[in-house]
Design a protein around this ligand. Structure first.
Ligand SMILES: NC(=O)c1ccc[n+]([C@@H]2O[C@H](COP(=O)([O-])OP(=O)(O)OC[C@H]3O[C@@H](n4cnc5c(N)ncnc54)[C@H](O)[C@@H]3O)[C@@H](O)[C@H]2O)c1
Length: 255
């Protein structure tokens, strides 16, 4: 899909991978709305990169509906939806004292990473379905989700995160099939270790150690490399129903 002049929404767009993707979309001539629950940061980021701020919590249907309305009024219905909003967390299933994980920890991460992603996907897809097709193939829109290599090989402490990202991986081919009659493509990126604000607080030595685990290139990934892959997925109409690892060939160790 040619993105020039198209409306796009990016969740988690205030920071990290979402911001980098929003910057790439703006540079390619798209009109971009950032959906993020951090109202101050999303306003500042939108101003910096030339996008629209649409603060919302992806887990809340009313909040996302309002953000999509705001974006639609400013830019028209979005043919492009990139889901980057997500949270991490590390808790063992049974801790050293023998206590089981608090189920609310598990629920919270599933709520944001899996249910939040699906919430935006379903609402954005319903909007896209109302559009005229843009190409001879009947393409109406494209959704890019974000999983993680932890969705395949979760480390100790990542039960909730792994389950949430495994859910996003499984949803990929299913939702591509489900939305095919509406001319909507769905792909997912499964990043390895990317240098976003999530990691930037770590000491240099820890970052070097993380980078050293990557076969090649021996470093953490740049957010712009995620943005570049998201742009290729958006542009290449024959990519559909696929999960693409973006990880320098890393396979995470157990811990
Ligand atoms: N950075 C990595 O190494 C890495 C690796 C694999 C997967 N990921 C995934 O990539 C995505 C982006 O991560 P990042 O590294 O850019 O993190 P980040 O913290 O820089 O950005 C995430 C953004 O999502 C927003 N957000 C969180 N919960 C939200 C909610 N309920 N509603 C709306 N917005 C919400 C945050 O406010 C933040 O701006 C996440 O899904 C993360 O799991 C990151």
């Amino acid at each position: 899909m040619d993105v020039k002049g198209e409306a796009a929404i990016v969740t988690g767009g205030a920071s990290g991978l979402g911001r980098a993707t929003a910057e790439a979309l703006v540079a390619a001539g798209a009109r971009v709305a950032l959906i993020d629950r951090n109202a101050d940061l999303v306003a500042a980021t939108a101003q910096e990169i030339g996008a629209l701020a649409a603060p919302a919590d992806v887990t809340d249907p009313a909040s996302v509906t309002a953000a999509l309305s705001k974006a639609r009024e400013a830019h028209g219905v979005a043919r492009i939806c990139v889901n980057c909003a997500g949270i991490g967390g590390s808790v063992r299933i049974v801790d050293r004292q023998g206590a089981p994980m608090d189920l609310d920890h598990f629920r919270q991460i599933i709520e944001v990473n899996l249910i939040g992603t699906f919430n935006v996907l379903r609402l954005a897809a319903a909007d896209m379905a109302s559009l005229e097709a843009k190409t001879e193939d009947g393409l109406k829109g494209v959704v890019v989700n974000t999983a993680s290599v932890a969705g395949y090989e979760g480390q100790v402490g990542q039960a909730a995160y792994t389950a949430s990202k495994g859910g996003v991986i499984g949803l990929t081919v299913q939702s591509a099939r489900d939305l095919s009659s509406h001319g909507i493509r769905v792909c997912t990126i499964a990043p390895g270790i990317m240098l976003t604000p999530l990691l930037m607080g770590l000491p240099e030595a820890t970052l070097d150690l993380l980078g050293d685990q990557v076969p090649f290139p021996k470093r953490t990934g740049h957010p712009s490399e995620y943005g570049s892959l998201a742009m290729e997925i958006i542009r290449n109409d024959y990519l559909n129903g696929e999960v693409i690892r973006l990880d320098g060939a890393i396979r995470m160790a157990p811990r």
